[in-house]
Design a protein. Structure first.
Length: 333
């Protein structure tokens, strides 16, 4: 929203703005713009972090209102300018506009994100406080200008928000909420869109102070075909970048998984190599043991060595002598 400073300067130049209610604060940098232009600012934020608290505390014109819009609007002084950039869905914006148009009819209302992607598609911050009856079927995927379906490569919330699965139809989107508010009770109100940076909408009653002059000053922006063409090209390029980033992350994730798989396989190969070396050592040991057993078996199975020839001859001669003696002396005398 800080890129719209020159548009806010136009609002302040054509309307006395002493109080601003800003719904959806983010970092507080835009809040400081309204303070610089001389207004007291009520910064409505349901979940402020410490950085935002510290930033707002340093600026005396900035007042933190910790709560959810539209519930807290009735607790604040009526403002001259309402900046609606909070929960970008039909139910919330419709209630915000209903309260403002009834209780602050002379206020100027600025709405961000009245064009793509939120103009005709609800976005729901998570966890959403809305009842189920106010929520369309939603998805964590996001829209893209390249086709009507949502995709993980589109304008996704990364857990911060979900989006309606389908665009268009009843009670769907910020711009639809504005149109229905005008149709139901907006007689005498005028709405104009600056077609830049997702759409800068300005809503005011024709009879409100400075309204005619403000819309005249905004006309070069709201009627600019050049701005509209540049915004269309910007969104096309932006969503193409989102797609390329998604593809790059997907490829990087795939490469990381492949690297992890390769590393795991290398570890397994090293484990198997170590196991193979251990088994080879066991086989070598068993082979040596087997060779020893074979040698022992061969030694035991070999025939006993024959008597020396001299011993055999002596035994033969002794046998012959004994036989001859027996024959000569059969009685042993």
């Amino acid at each position: 929203m800080s890129v719209f400073r020159e548009l806010f300067e136009l609002v302040f130049a054509h309307r006395q703005v002493s109080a601003v209610v800003e719904v959806g604060v983010e970092s507080g940098q835009v809040s400081a713009v309204y303070a610089d232009l001389g207004a007291t600012v009520y910064c409505v934020e349901p979940n402020p972090d410490e950085r935002l608290r510290e930033f707002l505390a340093e600026h005396p014109r900035l007042n933190l209102v910790e709560g959810a819009s539209p519930d807290v609007l009735g607790e604040l002084p009526a403002a001259d300018l309402y900046v609606l950039d909070g929960d970008h869905n039909y139910a919330v914006v419709r209630r915000e506009l209903a309260w403002i148009m009834e209780h602050a009819p002379d206020a100027v209302v600025v709405l961000h994100d009245v064009l793509w992607p939120c103009g005709r598609r609800d976005f729901y911050y998570q966890p959403s406080p809305l009842p189920p009856s106010d929520v369309h079927d939603a998805t964590r995927d996001g829209p893209t200008v390249w086709h009507d379906e949502v995709t993980p490569a589109g304008f996704v919330g990364d857990g911060a928000y979900t989006v309606a699965a389908h665009a268009g139809g009843e009670r769907n989107g910020v711009l639809t909420a504005v149109e229905d508010a005008l149709a139901d009770g907006g007689a005498g109100w005028r709405f104009a869109i600056v077609p830049a940076v997702f759409g800068f909408g300005v809503l005011a009653r024709d009879a409100a102070p400075g309204a005619a002059e403000l819309f005249a000053a905004l006309r070069p922006y709201t009627s600019s075909a050049l701005l509209a063409a540049m915004e269309n090209n910007r969104i096309a390029l932006y969503t193409r970048v989102l797609q390329l980033q998604y593809e790059a992350r997907t490829h990087a994730d795939g490469a990381n998984r492949l690297a992890e798989t390769i590393a795991a396989q290398q570890r397994e190969i090293e484990r198997l190599r170590g196991e193979l070396e251990r088994r080879d050592a066991e086989i070598a040991t068993r082979r040596r043991e087997l060779e020893g057993l074979r040698a022992e078996l061969a030694r035991r199975a070999a025939p006993r060595r024959a008597a020396p020839p001299e011993l055999g001859t002596a035994v033969t001669q002794l046998g012959r002598a004994i036989t001859a003696r027996v024959r000569r002396d059969p009685d042993g005398r």
